[in-house]
Design a protein around this ligand. Structure first.
Ligand code: ADP
Length: 262
């Protein structure tokens, strides 16, 4: 049941009564859960054969057998696309999962940022994008390193993806009281305020992304938000069309290293 209530007051502030509106949203909640269930089941079933396709393509590529150049080229394309498909299916599965499992431990955020930058540097170089990192090392926090890595990867790869050649992506992170504040800023395509307010919705893609050639599913940021909020943190987006975008993440709980379980 969804209920909203509002007090009615006169101009002088006197309480004159209240309006209470209730509606039964059980059906809607059940429909959403059923849809997520379907997505989770289908993507789970797709993963097994897809992993096998990918594995066999890799075996063919690494067999050491002499193959014609054109065959090697086709294998390469098939492998890239199978990899991309597996990423999409994994994102679908994750986004439809009811609860994201988070296992926090002592984590060096600077190390996570470095490995994200390392794994995306080829993509940045190919797109003519410079990456600047401004993070003190080490920067301890109590987080799930695998999940936070994934969140940083998503923000960083978007910043690269949605920036034209010659752009700069800047990652900063700082301790701030009991929190760690991390931001990823780019000089890319940007979005209208209306689009920026919806980027965390599942499957949402801004007009600037839909009109560009940039492939995407609109799932990455909804997963990123689930990860950050699962840690008790916050994520926000500010953007200006044609100028760039900044994502700011706060992660609570920044205890002194000695207080952290290893
Ligand atoms: P996608 O797979 O489409 O990139 P995301 O959930 O990661 O999905 O992002 C949702 C949408 O938010 C994107 O399609 C794009 O329109 C917009 N977006 C995300 N990051 C940026 C960015 N750094 N600059 C401009 N637009 C962005």
């Amino acid at each position: 049941l969804s209920t909203a209530a509002r007090a009615m007051k006169s101009d002088s502030g006197e309480f004159g009564g209240a309006v209470i509106a209730s509606s039964d949203v059980t059906g809607l909640v059940e429909a959403i859960a059923a849809k997520d269930d379907l997505i989770a089941n289908v993507s789970h079933e797709l993963r097994t054969p897809l992993t096998s396709i990918l594995g066999n393509l890799e075996l063919a590529q690494d067999s050491g057998d002499e193959v014609p150049q054109r065959t090697a080229y086709y294998l390469d394309i098939a492998h890239n696309n199978a990899e991309r498909l597996l990423e999409i299916v994994s994102d679908l599965l994750l986004s439809a999962s009811a609860a994201l499992s988070i296992h926090p431990r002592r984590t060096d955020i600077a190390g996570l940022v470095d490995s994200s930058v390392g794994s995306l540097s080829a993509q940045a170089r190919a797109g003519g994008i410079a990456i600047r990192v401004d993070v003190p090392s080490p920067l301890w926090a109590h987080t799930d390193p695998q999940r936070i890595s994934q969140a940083i990867d998503n923000l960083l790869s978007n910043a690269i993806k949605y920036s034209p050649e010659g752009g700069t992506v800047t990652i900063t992170a700082r301790p701030d009281g009991d929190e760690v504040v991390l931001s990823v800023e780019d000089t890319g395509s940007g979005m209208t305020p209306a689009d920026a307010s919806r980027v965390f919705d599942k499957f949402f893609r801004a007009r600037s992304a839909r009109e560009s050639e940039v492939p995407g599913t609109g799932l990455g940021l909804s997963i990123t938000r689930a990860i950050v909020e699962g840690h008790g943190g916050t994520i926000s987006c500010s953007s200006e069309l044609g100028r760039g975008t900044r994502f700011t993440v706060t992660l609570p709980d920044h205890p002194a290293p000695a207080d952290l379980p290893a």
